[in-house]
Design a binder for this molecule. Structure first.
Ligand SMILES: [Zn+2]
Length: 74
């Protein structure tokens, strides 16, 4: 179900990005930071916040986790 098009009156400063997978609007926590993960409500794809102004989302793919690369990030 979709609401009528007066969303701009309703939404205050909740950041909204676009799901690269299905083009749906994805609401992100206003505390969200770069690198945070969010789930698309529409398709369930895990997305990563790659930009904040404007908000940009990218698909967070966990394909091959290479054990060869030791980042020592922990
Ligand atoms: Zn989606």
């Amino acid at each position: 179900m979709r609401l009528p098009a007066n969303i701009f009156a309703e939404v205050e400063t909740v950041p909204t990005g676009t799901c690269p997978e299905c083009d749906a609007d994805v609401h992100v926590d206003s505390d969200a930071d770069k690198g945070d993960s969010v789930l698309c409500d529409e398709c369930g794809t895990e997305l990563e916040v790659v930009g904040l102004d404007p908000l940009e989302l990218d698909i967070a793919e966990e394909e091959d986790l290479d054990d060869d690369e030791d980042d020592d990030d922990l």
